[in-house]
Write a protein of this length. Structure first.
Length: 401
Protein backbone atom coordinates (compact mmCIF):
# COMPACT_ATOMS: atom_id res chain seq x y z
CA UNK A 1 0.00 0.00 0.00
CA UNK A 2 1.40 3.37 -1.03
CA UNK A 3 2.16 5.96 1.65
CA UNK A 4 -0.63 8.26 0.48
CA UNK A 5 -3.15 5.41 0.53
CA UNK A 6 -1.97 4.28 3.98
CA UNK A 7 -2.45 7.79 5.35
CA UNK A 8 -5.97 7.95 3.90
CA UNK A 9 -6.79 4.53 5.36
CA UNK A 10 -5.55 5.52 8.85
CA UNK A 11 -7.50 8.78 8.67
CA UNK A 12 -10.67 6.91 7.71
CA UNK A 13 -10.29 4.51 10.62
CA UNK A 14 -9.70 7.44 12.98
CA UNK A 15 -12.89 9.07 11.79
CA UNK A 16 -14.86 5.89 12.30
CA UNK A 17 -13.57 5.46 15.85
CA UNK A 18 -13.77 9.10 16.87
CA UNK A 19 -17.54 9.00 17.36
CA UNK A 20 -17.63 6.20 19.96
CA UNK A 21 -14.68 7.71 21.86
CA UNK A 22 -16.47 11.10 21.99
CA UNK A 23 -19.69 9.42 23.14
CA UNK A 24 -17.84 7.59 25.88
CA UNK A 25 -16.26 10.79 27.11
CA UNK A 26 -19.48 12.78 26.82
CA UNK A 27 -22.52 10.51 27.32
CA UNK A 28 -25.70 11.81 25.72
CA UNK A 29 -23.87 14.28 23.50
CA UNK A 30 -23.36 14.05 19.73
CA UNK A 31 -22.62 16.66 17.11
CA UNK A 32 -26.37 17.22 16.71
CA UNK A 33 -27.95 16.38 20.09
CA UNK A 34 -27.75 16.83 23.85
CA UNK A 35 -29.82 14.25 25.73
CA UNK A 36 -31.09 15.28 29.17
CA UNK A 37 -33.27 13.36 31.65
CA UNK A 38 -36.07 14.48 33.95
CA UNK A 39 -38.28 12.68 36.47
CA UNK A 40 -41.61 14.18 37.58
CA UNK A 41 -44.87 13.15 39.33
CA UNK A 42 -47.08 13.60 36.27
CA UNK A 43 -49.57 11.37 38.08
CA UNK A 44 -50.28 10.64 41.75
CA UNK A 45 -50.79 12.93 44.76
CA UNK A 46 -48.37 15.63 43.57
CA UNK A 47 -49.45 15.75 39.94
CA UNK A 48 -50.51 19.39 40.21
CA UNK A 49 -46.86 20.38 40.66
CA UNK A 50 -45.58 17.64 38.36
CA UNK A 51 -46.48 19.90 35.46
CA UNK A 52 -43.26 21.77 36.21
CA UNK A 53 -41.81 19.10 33.94
CA UNK A 54 -44.25 20.02 31.17
CA UNK A 55 -43.17 23.65 31.50
CA UNK A 56 -39.50 22.69 31.12
CA UNK A 57 -40.29 20.44 28.16
CA UNK A 58 -42.20 23.23 26.47
CA UNK A 59 -39.32 25.65 26.94
CA UNK A 60 -36.88 23.07 25.58
CA UNK A 61 -39.07 22.80 22.48
CA UNK A 62 -38.85 26.57 22.08
CA UNK A 63 -35.03 26.34 22.28
CA UNK A 64 -35.05 23.68 19.58
CA UNK A 65 -37.34 25.78 17.39
CA UNK A 66 -34.77 28.56 17.65
CA UNK A 67 -32.04 26.25 16.42
CA UNK A 68 -30.95 24.56 19.62
CA UNK A 69 -27.68 25.17 21.45
CA UNK A 70 -24.58 25.67 19.32
CA UNK A 71 -26.07 23.57 16.52
CA UNK A 72 -27.34 20.84 18.85
CA UNK A 73 -31.00 20.10 19.56
CA UNK A 74 -32.01 19.12 23.09
CA UNK A 75 -33.63 15.71 23.57
CA UNK A 76 -35.35 16.06 26.95
CA UNK A 77 -36.48 12.61 28.10
CA UNK A 78 -39.02 12.82 30.94
CA UNK A 79 -40.52 10.01 33.01
CA UNK A 80 -43.38 9.78 35.52
CA UNK A 81 -42.57 8.47 39.00
CA UNK A 82 -46.04 9.26 40.44
CA UNK A 83 -44.24 10.76 43.49
CA UNK A 84 -42.88 7.29 44.32
CA UNK A 85 -39.18 7.11 45.31
CA UNK A 86 -38.73 3.46 44.15
CA UNK A 87 -40.10 4.39 40.74
CA UNK A 88 -37.76 7.38 40.63
CA UNK A 89 -34.77 5.09 41.18
CA UNK A 90 -35.97 2.74 38.46
CA UNK A 91 -36.37 5.64 36.04
CA UNK A 92 -32.98 7.14 36.93
CA UNK A 93 -31.26 3.86 36.11
CA UNK A 94 -33.05 3.66 32.78
CA UNK A 95 -32.23 7.25 31.87
CA UNK A 96 -28.54 6.82 32.71
CA UNK A 97 -27.90 3.26 31.55
CA UNK A 98 -30.33 2.83 28.66
CA UNK A 99 -31.05 6.33 27.39
CA UNK A 100 -27.52 7.46 28.30
CA UNK A 101 -28.45 11.04 29.20
CA UNK A 102 -25.71 13.62 29.68
CA UNK A 103 -27.26 14.81 32.93
CA UNK A 104 -30.52 15.16 34.84
CA UNK A 105 -32.46 18.40 35.04
CA UNK A 106 -35.46 19.53 37.08
CA UNK A 107 -36.21 16.26 38.89
CA UNK A 108 -39.08 17.04 41.25
CA UNK A 109 -39.67 15.90 44.81
CA UNK A 110 -37.54 15.77 47.93
CA UNK A 111 -38.13 12.05 48.55
CA UNK A 112 -37.48 11.10 44.92
CA UNK A 113 -34.31 13.17 44.71
CA UNK A 114 -33.13 11.64 47.97
CA UNK A 115 -33.74 8.17 46.60
CA UNK A 116 -31.81 8.74 43.37
CA UNK A 117 -28.96 10.92 44.71
CA UNK A 118 -26.59 8.13 45.73
CA UNK A 119 -26.98 6.32 42.42
CA UNK A 120 -26.45 9.46 40.32
CA UNK A 121 -23.40 10.43 42.39
CA UNK A 122 -21.88 6.97 41.91
CA UNK A 123 -22.30 7.35 38.15
CA UNK A 124 -20.92 10.89 38.10
CA UNK A 125 -24.15 12.24 36.62
CA UNK A 126 -24.97 15.90 37.41
CA UNK A 127 -28.51 16.54 38.67
CA UNK A 128 -29.26 20.20 38.10
CA UNK A 129 -32.14 22.47 39.03
CA UNK A 130 -33.81 19.87 41.21
CA UNK A 131 -37.27 20.98 42.30
CA UNK A 132 -36.69 20.54 46.00
CA UNK A 133 -35.73 23.03 48.65
CA UNK A 134 -34.45 20.40 51.07
CA UNK A 135 -31.54 21.98 52.89
CA UNK A 136 -29.48 18.80 52.69
CA UNK A 137 -29.06 19.25 48.95
CA UNK A 138 -27.25 22.55 49.54
CA UNK A 139 -24.34 20.61 51.09
CA UNK A 140 -21.71 21.03 48.36
CA UNK A 141 -19.41 18.31 49.72
CA UNK A 142 -22.17 15.72 49.93
CA UNK A 143 -23.82 16.69 46.64
CA UNK A 144 -21.01 18.08 44.45
CA UNK A 145 -22.92 17.53 41.19
CA UNK A 146 -26.25 19.00 42.34
CA UNK A 147 -27.83 22.41 42.00
CA UNK A 148 -31.24 23.27 43.43
CA UNK A 149 -34.12 24.95 41.64
CA UNK A 150 -35.90 26.27 44.73
CA UNK A 151 -34.92 28.44 47.67
CA UNK A 152 -34.04 26.05 50.47
CA UNK A 153 -36.95 25.14 52.73
CA UNK A 154 -34.73 26.15 55.66
CA UNK A 155 -34.36 29.70 54.33
CA UNK A 156 -38.02 29.94 53.31
CA UNK A 157 -39.19 28.60 56.67
CA UNK A 158 -37.10 31.15 58.57
CA UNK A 159 -38.61 33.93 56.44
CA UNK A 160 -42.11 32.84 57.53
CA UNK A 161 -41.07 32.42 61.17
CA UNK A 162 -39.58 35.91 61.23
CA UNK A 163 -42.67 37.37 59.57
CA UNK A 164 -45.09 35.72 62.02
CA UNK A 165 -42.93 36.72 64.96
CA UNK A 166 -43.18 40.36 63.84
CA UNK A 167 -46.92 40.50 63.05
CA UNK A 168 -48.12 38.14 65.79
CA UNK A 169 -45.59 38.47 68.64
CA UNK A 170 -46.07 35.82 71.34
CA UNK A 171 -48.94 34.16 69.43
CA UNK A 172 -49.15 30.40 69.12
CA UNK A 173 -48.34 29.07 65.64
CA UNK A 174 -49.68 25.82 64.16
CA UNK A 175 -47.77 23.93 61.48
CA UNK A 176 -49.40 21.32 59.27
CA UNK A 177 -46.57 19.47 57.55
CA UNK A 178 -46.05 16.67 55.08
CA UNK A 179 -44.35 13.83 56.93
CA UNK A 180 -41.21 13.65 54.82
CA UNK A 181 -38.04 15.67 54.28
CA UNK A 182 -40.02 18.50 52.68
CA UNK A 183 -42.28 19.12 55.66
CA UNK A 184 -39.69 18.36 58.31
CA UNK A 185 -37.25 20.91 56.86
CA UNK A 186 -39.80 23.68 57.37
CA UNK A 187 -40.51 22.57 60.93
CA UNK A 188 -36.78 22.52 61.68
CA UNK A 189 -36.47 26.03 60.24
CA UNK A 190 -39.07 27.28 62.74
CA UNK A 191 -37.28 25.38 65.49
CA UNK A 192 -33.99 27.01 64.52
CA UNK A 193 -35.55 30.48 64.48
CA UNK A 194 -37.49 30.26 67.76
CA UNK A 195 -34.83 28.18 69.54
CA UNK A 196 -35.84 27.56 73.18
CA UNK A 197 -39.26 29.16 72.60
CA UNK A 198 -40.22 26.67 69.91
CA UNK A 199 -42.12 24.27 72.18
CA UNK A 200 -44.01 27.18 73.77
CA UNK A 201 -44.87 28.92 70.52
CA UNK A 202 -45.37 26.13 67.97
CA UNK A 203 -47.70 23.12 67.69
CA UNK A 204 -47.44 20.66 64.81
CA UNK A 205 -49.44 17.98 63.02
CA UNK A 206 -48.15 15.69 60.31
CA UNK A 207 -49.90 14.03 57.37
CA UNK A 208 -48.91 11.30 54.93
CA UNK A 209 -49.22 11.82 51.17
CA UNK A 210 -51.33 8.66 51.05
CA UNK A 211 -54.05 10.15 53.29
CA UNK A 212 -57.26 11.20 51.52
CA UNK A 213 -57.67 14.45 53.49
CA UNK A 214 -56.07 16.54 56.23
CA UNK A 215 -59.41 17.66 57.70
CA UNK A 216 -58.86 15.99 61.07
CA UNK A 217 -55.40 17.53 61.47
CA UNK A 218 -56.78 21.01 60.76
CA UNK A 219 -59.58 20.57 63.31
CA UNK A 220 -57.10 19.39 65.96
CA UNK A 221 -54.74 22.29 65.29
CA UNK A 222 -57.58 24.82 65.62
CA UNK A 223 -58.37 23.40 69.07
CA UNK A 224 -54.92 24.48 70.30
CA UNK A 225 -55.88 28.15 70.02
CA UNK A 226 -53.20 28.93 67.47
CA UNK A 227 -53.53 32.30 65.74
CA UNK A 228 -51.47 31.32 62.69
CA UNK A 229 -51.41 28.24 60.46
CA UNK A 230 -48.40 27.45 58.30
CA UNK A 231 -49.00 24.71 55.72
CA UNK A 232 -45.81 22.96 54.62
CA UNK A 233 -46.73 20.51 51.89
CA UNK A 234 -48.01 20.14 48.34
CA UNK A 235 -50.97 21.87 46.60
CA UNK A 236 -53.61 19.17 47.03
CA UNK A 237 -53.29 19.19 50.82
CA UNK A 238 -52.71 22.93 51.10
CA UNK A 239 -56.00 23.50 49.28
CA UNK A 240 -57.79 21.08 51.60
CA UNK A 241 -56.36 22.79 54.69
CA UNK A 242 -57.29 26.30 53.56
CA UNK A 243 -60.82 25.20 52.72
CA UNK A 244 -61.31 23.27 55.98
CA UNK A 245 -59.98 26.15 58.12
CA UNK A 246 -62.52 28.47 56.49
CA UNK A 247 -65.35 25.95 56.92
CA UNK A 248 -64.75 25.59 60.68
CA UNK A 249 -64.38 29.33 61.17
CA UNK A 250 -60.70 29.34 62.07
CA UNK A 251 -59.59 32.95 61.57
CA UNK A 252 -55.88 32.15 61.70
CA UNK A 253 -53.27 33.92 59.58
CA UNK A 254 -52.58 31.26 56.95
CA UNK A 255 -49.21 30.90 55.27
CA UNK A 256 -48.47 28.42 52.50
CA UNK A 257 -45.06 27.34 51.27
CA UNK A 258 -43.81 28.24 47.79
CA UNK A 259 -44.49 24.80 46.19
CA UNK A 260 -48.17 25.31 47.11
CA UNK A 261 -48.50 28.97 46.16
CA UNK A 262 -50.13 28.49 42.75
CA UNK A 263 -53.48 30.17 42.15
CA UNK A 264 -54.64 27.37 39.87
CA UNK A 265 -53.12 24.51 41.85
CA UNK A 266 -54.02 25.61 45.39
CA UNK A 267 -56.02 28.82 45.83
CA UNK A 268 -58.69 28.14 43.22
CA UNK A 269 -59.39 24.57 44.45
CA UNK A 270 -59.52 25.92 48.02
CA UNK A 271 -61.79 28.78 46.96
CA UNK A 272 -60.40 32.20 46.03
CA UNK A 273 -62.64 33.83 48.64
CA UNK A 274 -61.59 31.33 51.33
CA UNK A 275 -57.95 32.03 50.44
CA UNK A 276 -58.17 35.77 51.08
CA UNK A 277 -55.37 36.86 53.41
CA UNK A 278 -53.14 33.85 52.68
CA UNK A 279 -49.43 34.76 52.63
CA UNK A 280 -46.69 33.07 50.61
CA UNK A 281 -43.17 33.87 49.48
CA UNK A 282 -42.11 33.75 45.85
CA UNK A 283 -39.14 34.38 43.59
CA UNK A 284 -41.28 34.94 40.47
CA UNK A 285 -44.11 37.07 39.15
CA UNK A 286 -47.54 35.50 38.84
CA UNK A 287 -48.52 36.11 35.19
CA UNK A 288 -52.21 35.65 36.04
CA UNK A 289 -52.08 38.68 38.35
CA UNK A 290 -53.62 41.75 36.70
CA UNK A 291 -50.91 44.06 38.02
CA UNK A 292 -48.37 42.39 35.72
CA UNK A 293 -50.63 42.64 32.66
CA UNK A 294 -48.39 45.14 30.85
CA UNK A 295 -45.10 43.63 31.97
CA UNK A 296 -42.98 42.69 28.90
CA UNK A 297 -41.82 39.39 30.40
CA UNK A 298 -45.41 38.42 31.18
CA UNK A 299 -46.55 39.26 27.64
CA UNK A 300 -43.67 37.15 26.33
CA UNK A 301 -44.68 34.27 28.62
CA UNK A 302 -48.29 34.53 27.48
CA UNK A 303 -47.24 34.19 23.84
CA UNK A 304 -45.02 31.24 24.80
CA UNK A 305 -47.87 29.58 26.72
CA UNK A 306 -50.33 29.99 23.85
CA UNK A 307 -47.87 28.39 21.44
CA UNK A 308 -46.27 25.63 23.48
CA UNK A 309 -48.75 24.87 26.27
CA UNK A 310 -52.06 25.37 24.52
CA UNK A 311 -54.79 23.62 26.49
CA UNK A 312 -52.86 23.84 29.76
CA UNK A 313 -54.21 25.55 32.87
CA UNK A 314 -52.99 29.14 32.59
CA UNK A 315 -53.75 29.66 36.27
CA UNK A 316 -51.32 26.98 37.43
CA UNK A 317 -48.01 28.70 38.09
CA UNK A 318 -46.15 25.41 38.30
CA UNK A 319 -45.77 26.00 34.56
CA UNK A 320 -43.97 29.23 35.46
CA UNK A 321 -41.50 27.29 37.60
CA UNK A 322 -40.77 25.07 34.61
CA UNK A 323 -40.46 28.08 32.30
CA UNK A 324 -37.91 29.89 34.48
CA UNK A 325 -35.95 26.67 35.01
CA UNK A 326 -35.89 26.24 31.23
CA UNK A 327 -34.37 29.70 30.94
CA UNK A 328 -31.63 28.78 33.42
CA UNK A 329 -30.99 25.49 31.59
CA UNK A 330 -30.48 27.45 28.38
CA UNK A 331 -27.95 29.76 30.08
CA UNK A 332 -25.99 26.78 31.46
CA UNK A 333 -25.80 25.09 28.07
CA UNK A 334 -24.75 28.31 26.33
CA UNK A 335 -22.00 28.80 28.92
CA UNK A 336 -20.73 25.28 28.20
CA UNK A 337 -19.59 26.44 24.75
CA UNK A 338 -18.59 23.26 22.93
CA UNK A 339 -17.49 21.37 26.06
CA UNK A 340 -20.42 19.20 27.17
CA UNK A 341 -18.46 16.94 29.44
CA UNK A 342 -20.28 16.22 32.68
CA UNK A 343 -17.50 17.99 34.56
CA UNK A 344 -17.96 21.22 32.61
CA UNK A 345 -21.76 21.03 32.73
CA UNK A 346 -21.61 20.85 36.54
CA UNK A 347 -19.02 23.66 36.60
CA UNK A 348 -21.13 26.00 34.47
CA UNK A 349 -24.24 25.30 36.57
CA UNK A 350 -22.32 26.75 39.52
CA UNK A 351 -20.90 29.70 37.56
CA UNK A 352 -24.02 31.80 36.91
CA UNK A 353 -23.53 35.49 37.53
CA UNK A 354 -26.33 38.00 38.10
CA UNK A 355 -28.80 36.34 35.72
CA UNK A 356 -32.10 38.21 35.37
CA UNK A 357 -34.55 35.49 34.42
CA UNK A 358 -37.80 36.43 32.66
CA UNK A 359 -40.69 36.39 35.19
CA UNK A 360 -38.34 36.67 38.19
CA UNK A 361 -39.73 38.97 40.87
CA UNK A 362 -38.32 42.52 40.71
CA UNK A 363 -34.86 42.64 42.26
CA UNK A 364 -34.39 38.85 42.28
CA UNK A 365 -31.35 37.48 40.41
CA UNK A 366 -29.75 34.07 39.93
CA UNK A 367 -26.20 33.72 41.23
CA UNK A 368 -24.35 30.45 41.80
CA UNK A 369 -20.77 29.62 42.71
CA UNK A 370 -18.61 26.74 43.83
CA UNK A 371 -19.84 27.45 47.37
CA UNK A 372 -23.51 28.12 46.51
CA UNK A 373 -25.47 25.62 44.44
CA UNK A 374 -28.90 27.28 44.85
CA UNK A 375 -30.34 28.99 41.77
CA UNK A 376 -32.58 31.11 44.01
CA UNK A 377 -31.55 32.71 47.29
CA UNK A 378 -34.04 35.62 47.44
CA UNK A 379 -37.81 35.79 47.95
CA UNK A 380 -40.66 38.30 48.05
CA UNK A 381 -43.52 37.93 50.55
CA UNK A 382 -47.00 38.43 49.11
CA UNK A 383 -50.62 38.33 50.37
CA UNK A 384 -53.66 37.10 48.43
CA UNK A 385 -56.29 39.86 48.28
CA UNK A 386 -59.07 37.68 46.90
CA UNK A 387 -58.31 38.66 43.32
CA UNK A 388 -54.51 39.05 43.19
CA UNK A 389 -51.22 39.01 45.07
CA UNK A 390 -50.07 42.11 46.97
CA UNK A 391 -46.40 42.49 47.87
CA UNK A 392 -45.49 42.56 51.56
CA UNK A 393 -42.23 44.39 52.29
CA UNK A 394 -39.15 44.06 50.09
CA UNK A 395 -36.98 41.25 48.74
CA UNK A 396 -35.51 39.05 51.47
CA UNK A 397 -32.15 37.32 51.00
CA UNK A 398 -30.89 33.94 52.16
CA UNK A 399 -29.35 35.30 55.36
CA UNK A 400 -32.32 35.27 57.71
CA UNK A 401 -31.67 35.59 61.43
Amino acid sequence: MRLKARIAFVFAIACLTAGPVFAADNPGVTSTEIKIGGIFPFSGPASSIGIVGKGISAYVQSINDRGGINGRKINYVTMDDAYSPPKAVEHARRLVESDEVAFMFGQLGTASNTATAKYLKSKGVPSLGIVSGSSKFTDIKEFPLFTTGLVSYDTEGKIYAKYLDSVLPNAKIAILFQNDDLGKDYVNAFRSYFKSDFDKRVVTAAYEVTEPTVDSQVVNLKSTGAEALFIAGTPKFAAQAIRKAAEIGWKAQVIINYPSSSIGGTLRPAGLDKSTGVVAATFSKDPTDAKWGDDPSVREYRAFFDKYLAGGDWQNTSYVTGYVLGNILERILIQCGDDFSRKNIALQAKSIKDLEVPLAAPGVRVNTSQSNNMFWTQMQLQRWSGSGWEQVGGVIGANVD
